[in-house]
Design a protein around this ligand. Structure first.
Ligand code: SF4
Length: 328
């Protein structure tokens, strides 16, 4: 029997009650991660990536949202069965999350130095002066200029990009077993983005942090991820190891996403790529059958009728598309 994965999401469904009706933001999502592995969760905005992350952290605003079903297994426990207090402890200690909007996670009444140093003291048992020194070093590493001055400032004194870097510094200082990073570098310029991805990779090497990386950018995934799950309208449509996904892209939606990479990255793929026409459908009014069929250049008879199941191209590559019907 294969060992239990380090982290596992099984058949997760999260819904929101809206005035116009019930929407399924996450619909039957499953994936798993071995210790130290990085999974890239990819898709356009509104495809359910961030709601998946919030569901894992049990931070879906309720109401209007609620996790309808599924299991989230971490350290042998189902997170959906834990008490609120157990979850709070786990969020601070075992799983760190870097949000897209850092202002919601930084405490406005404490200085930057206090907040980063607190992470070092709590999670690495440092003294006050050691923690302060380590904070300056970490702020320097995430690209904050004059960190010895910045530590005395408050979150509102910093720009959005700077606050994002402070959040990343705090998350890294926790040395968490698992990190969920939701578009961690999207707001930052390319140089800082590369530095931060490097830091995350280092953490992965040093302490085997397991990372769930949420991004719309397949270029970032290529830098960081061991495997990839592509999401569309709340569902996973393709799931494969990173190199397999890039070398043998199967789902027409993934092909479209690859096309949006900078030209140099896709030169040799250009011949087999199509741009994605149309827009992501509203979750309140999803098309029948394959949810991608009205944008798909390969759509054929069965596509608008019934939603395709997963077909297994090999033992690690799954795709939800009728083009692969001959596969298991
Ligand atoms: Fe396109 Fe049909 Fe595959 Fe959907 S099932 S992605 S419509 S070919």
């Amino acid at each position: 029997m294969s060992p239990q994965p380090f982290f596992q999401v099984q058949d997760l469904t999260t819904v929101f009650e809206t005035r116009e009706g019930l929407i399924k933001a996450v619909d039957g999502v499953s994936f798993d991660l071995a210790e130290g592995e990085t999974l890239g969760l990819v898709g356009e905005s509104g495809c359910g990536k961030s709601v998946t992350a919030l569901s894992i952290m049990r931070l879906v605003p309720q109401p209007p949202g609620r996790i309808e079903s599924g299991r989230i297994i971490f350290g042998g426990r189902d997170l959906l069965q834990l008490s609120e207090e157990e979850m709070r402890h786990l969020r601070g200690n075992d799983i760190s999350m870097i949000f897209q909007e850092p202002m919601t996670s930084l405490n406005p009444v404490f200085t930057i130095g206090d907040q980063v140093a607190e992470s070092f003291r709590l999670h690495q048992g440092m003294t006050k002066s050691q923690a302060l020194k380590a904070s300056i070093e970490m702020l320097h590493q995430v690209g904050i200029p004059s960190p010895e001055k910045r530590i005395r400032e408050y979150p509102h004194n910093l720009s959005g990009g700077m606050r994002q870097r402070v959040m990343i510094a705090m998350a890294l200082a926790c040395r968490p077993q698992m990190m969920i990073a939701d578009e961690p570098t999207t707001a930052l310029d390319v140089t800082i983005q590369a530095q931060i991805l490097n830091l995350m990779n280092q953490l992965k090497e040093e302490i085997k942090t397991t990372i769930l990386l949420i991004t719309h950018n397949l270029g970032v995934v290529a830098e960081m991820a061991d495997k990839v799950a592509v999401m569309y309208t709340g569902r996973i449509v393709e799931y494969a190891p990173m190199e397999e996904l890039f070398d043998h892209t199967a789902h027409p939606y993934t092909l479209g996403l690859l096309h949006s990479l900078p030209p140099a990255a896709t030169e040799e793929m250009k011949d087999r790529l199509e741009t994605i026409s149309g827009i992501v459908p509203s979750l309140l009014d999803l098309p029948s059958g394959c949810k991608f069929h009205d944008r798909c250049p390969y759509a054929f008879e069965p596509c608008p009728i019934e939603e395709p199941p997963f077909y297994r191209l090999n033992n690690r590559h799954l795709v939800r598309c009728y083009k692969y019907k001959g596969f298991a």
